[in-house]
Design a protein around this ligand. Structure first.
Ligand code: ZN
Length: 124
C-alpha cells in the first residue's frame, strides 16, 4: 500500500497517544532508576497517576504491553518526531504505508509487518 500522509485528525490522535506513552514510560523509568539507586523513600513526589483507560483507544493500544525500557521510550519519542515531520505511518524499510491496525496496536512501529520480519531476521 503506497504511503499516504495520515489526516491531521489521525496524526493528532496518534500523537496524543504517543505523548501519553512517552509520559508513562519516562515516569516508569525514573521510578525504576530511583529504585535501582536505593530509592529515596523520604522524597515522595508521586503524583496521582492518571489511570483513565476508558478511552476506547487504550483498549486496543494497551500501555501495559509496552516494554518498559529506554529503547521503547526512544522509539516512542522518534515516532512523535515522525508525526511532526509528517512521515508518521511510513515504513522505514520499504517506504510503503504501515497498516493502520498495526499503528493502533503499536504507534511507535517503524516498519510494516513485512519489513519488521526482515528486521528481526537481521536483513534490514
Ligand atoms: Zn516495509
Amino acid at each position: 500500500m503506497p504511503f499516504k500522509k495520515l489526516s491531521a485528525k489521525e496524526l493528532d490522535e496518534f500523537r496524543s497517544h504517543l505523548v501519553r506513552a512517552q509520559e508513562l514510560l519516562a515516569g516508569d523509568l525514573t521510578q525504576l532508576h530511583e529504585e535501582a539507586l536505593g530509592g529515596n523513600s523520604g522524597q515522595d513526589s508521586s503524583e496521582p497517576r492518571a489511570t483513565d483507560t476508558s478511552d476506547s483507544y487504550y483498549q486496543e493500544f494497551n500501555l501495559e504491553l509496552l516494554e518498559r525500557d529506554e529503547t521503547t521510550l526512544r522509539e516512542v519519542m522518534d515516532a512523535i518526531e515522525r508525526v511532526d515531520a509528517g512521515s508518521f505511518g511510513q515504513c522505514e524499510g520499504c517506504a510503503e504505508a504501515i497498516a493502520k491496525d498495526r499503528l493502533k496496536a503499536m504507534p511507535h512501529a517503524r516498519y510494516c509487518i513485512k519489513c519488521q520480519r526482515e528486521f528481526e531476521r537481521g536483513n534490514l
